[in-house]
Design a protein around this ligand. Structure first.
Ligand code: DON
Length: 306
């Protein structure tokens, strides 16, 4: 009889099939065998593996920055700068920015997320970053920090993102200058969390914001969940939606949030937030063990959301 612990241990074996991201030097130091999962409902929490480990949000932050910007400007204004269409391209692809329709396709790819970073409330880099950290702090009920080592490591190897940012500026999609937009984006990627924090963020979506004081309109929460389902797992999003069926967002640190609107998993009942850390990632950028864990849970506990 399978239970969460067995599913976790079986999925952990797959860490051997992935590699820690190496294009950001500081991320390459992660232990590829690490694997931890937190699952949280309104009144119960399950922790599997070493859930005290901290790591950076990376692309998981993209959905949170989108929410802050969309809440501030309204969705109609945001849509002038970033669309909500999946691409099927890799997260850092530059190719569509040169096409006739050069508006970034969605806020979950780098081009869209850098545009969103430029649209965040506030004038200075500090204010823009703070608008997102404050939102996260409201959800978590605690302070969050930026891992400066990871930030600087990525900043000094950000040629691709810098190229994307220059093209966005040339095409008129940036609301702040290139350097500020890029720095805000990279600082947000370097926010430090653990799996329990991820589970709480995921539970925020699962409860439509009812698990904390963080304020976001229902419309923006709904759009964010739709973006996660259609674009949250990079160019694996279609397969993840088809075979796992949960709104989710991953990052190259090996972080994943996954949202269960209404489920039953051992002592967890109702809305459930799942936070995963598994730094061994596949070629697309998703935690190999994390995908396996979520796929098995979805099947075993019948979590498919559609
Ligand atoms: O832009 C980058 O390369 C990273 N800071 C974030 C990458 C990531 O997690 C995948 N992006 N969708």
């Amino acid at each position: 009889m399978e239970n969460l612990q067995t599913i976790f241990e079986q999925a952990k074996e797959l860490t051997a099939k992935g590699k820690a991201a190496s294009y950001i030097p500081a991320l390459a130091q992660a232990d590829p065998a690490a694997f931890a999962v937190s699952l949280m409902s309104m009144d119960y929490q399950i922790e599997l593996g070493d859930c005290s480990k901290t790591f950076t949000l990376q692309s998981v932050v993209k959905v949170l920055s989108f929410m802050v910007a969309a809440n501030h400007h309204g969705i109609e204004e945001i849509l002038k700068y970033v669309d909500v269409e999946p691409t099927g391209d890799s997260f850092n692809s530059i190719v569509r920015l040169e096409s006739k329709n050069n508006k970034p396709f969605n806020p979950m790819i780098n081009a869209g997320a850098i545009t969103i970073a430029s649209l965040l409330p506030g004038k200075s880099m500090f204010e823009k970053v703070k608008s997102v950290t404050q939102f996260i702090e409201k959800i978590l009920g605690k302070q969050v920090y930026i891992n400066n080592e990871v930030y600087l490591s990525e900043y000094h190897s950000a040629d691709y993102n810098r190229a994307i940012t220059y093209i966005l500026q040339a095409n008129g999609f940036l609301k702040s200058d290139v350097e500020q937009s890029l720095q805000v984006y990279l600082q947000l990627c370097a926010i430090s969390v653990n799996t329990s924090d991820l589970a709480k963020i995921a539970l925020y979506f699962a409860t439509n914001g009812k698990n904390s004081d963080a304020v976001c309109s229902k419309e923006v929460i709904n759009i964010s969940k739709a973006l996660m389902l259609t674009c949250g797992m990079y160019n694996f999003s279609g397969k993840f939606a088809a075979f796992v069926g949960l709104p989710a967002k991953s990052g190259v640190s090996g972080a994943i949030i996954a949202i269960v609107k209404d489920g039953e998993m051992e002592h967890l009942k109702g809305p459930i937030g799942i936070g995963v850390y598994g730094p061994a990632i596949d070629e697309v950028g998703n935690s190999v063990a994390g995908i396996e864990f979520l796929a098995k849970c979805s099947k075993h506990y019948d979590l498919f959301c559609l």
